[in-house]
Design a protein around this ligand. Structure first.
Ligand code: PEP
Ligand code: MG
Length: 322
């Protein structure tokens, strides 16, 4: 099996009926790039930049960040790289950035909420990203977007920094601007967001926790962590359909994207990009070769409309792929 996967390293990801899906890698630092390319990643679908901040004794400078982003973007040789702006807060803390004690950190001051109030930190990151955009195919992504206003505000700050760099004579390349869909409010209004963003990436790790109101790290409620629950799948379908209606693409960068039960459903729903831990890529590429998209679409329709539970859908996928 490992030998078969190795042969797929440089292969295009295609279903049995010849439909292409983009299989991308999630990374945390530029050091993870080798693992991504060794496992045949067609793109980087999530670069979690918070590790750059967490591994540093103080706020990383614009140049420190530029070097890291450039290394990843250049290292992918023109293949797309989704860089997510800082997602600090929740369970991730910085010794040099004291955050308020909170009753519910996952519902609190986190990610884009910090970036929009600490614009000094945000603008530095955006400038580093804009400068790095000249070296390949950059996709900038904002985490934890709940409202259209947040997206517009973040985008306006990005546009301002771009204008400043251009005025200074610094080269800025082309880039896409998208959001993570990981808060139910954004998933529900995906049709409105789709008119303004270039892409969506669904973050199931948080989307499931917020939709089911079940802390993703709490073992007492882990039975509610249900990726195949029809409620989650309906949100995912709405996000994908909304993107496509506006000619945009939709990906997924939560754990579910690399899951062999979820992937066939996502193929059926027409998800464009799957981003996962690099070591899952060849397994999923091999699985997709066996799938027929029309059959998966029928299966997905049942998963959303006939199945009642998470377990029903595990059985449905296993029976269909038998
Ligand atoms: C997610 O929420 O699914 C996600 C990819 O982001 P993180 O796991 O970093 O919160
Ligand atoms: Mg998340």
């Amino acid at each position: 099996q490992k030998a078969e996967w190795a042969k797929l390293r440089d292969a295009r990801t295609e279903t049995a009926d010849g439909k292409h899906f983009e299989l991308a890698a999630n990374i945390g630092t530029p050091k993870d790039l080798a693992g991504a390319t060794d496992n045949g990643a067609e793109a980087i679908g999530l670069y979690r930049t918070e590790f750059l901040y967490m591994d540093s004794p103080e706020l990383p400078t614009e140049d420190d960040q530029f070097d890291a982003y450039k290394a990843v973007i250049e290292g992918m040789n023109g293949k797309p790289v989704v860089v997510r702006t800082m997602d600090i807060g929740g369970d991730k803390h910085l010794p040099y950035l004291p955050l308020p004690e909170e009753m519910n950190p996952f519902l609190g001051y986190r990610a884009i909420r910090i970036s929009l109030s600490r614009q000094d930190i945000f603008r530095t990151q955006l400038r580093a990203l804009l400068r790095a955009s000249a070296f390949g195919h950059l996709r900038i992504m904002f985490p934890m977007i709940a409202t259209l206003q947040e997206f517009r505000q973040a985008k306006a700050i990005l546009d301002e920094e771009k204008a400043k760099l251009v005025a200074e004579g610094t080269e800025v390349g082309k880039y896409e601007v998208g959001i993570m869909i990981e808060i139910p409010a954004a998933a529900v209004l995906a049709d409105q967001f789709a008119k303004e963003v270039d892409f969506f990436s669904i973050g199931t790790n948080d989307l499931i926790q917020y939709t089911m109101a079940a802390d993703r790290g709490n073992e007492h409620v882990s039975y509610l962590y249900q990726p195949y629950n029809p409620s989650i799948l309906r949100l995912v379908k709405h996000v994908i359909d909304s993107a496509h209606k506006e000619g945009k693409w939709a990906g997924m960068c939560g754990e579910a994207a690399g899951d062999p039960i979820m992937a066939p459903i996502l193929v059926g729903l027409g998800l464009d990009e799957f981003s996962m831990g690099a070591t899952s890529i060849l397994k999923i590429r091999s699985l997709m070769k066996r799938l027929d998209t029309a059959e998966m679409a029928k299966m997905a329709d049942k998963a959303l409309n006939e199945s009642l539970t998470n377990d029903d859908n595990i059985k449905l996928v296993k029976d269909t792929l038998k």
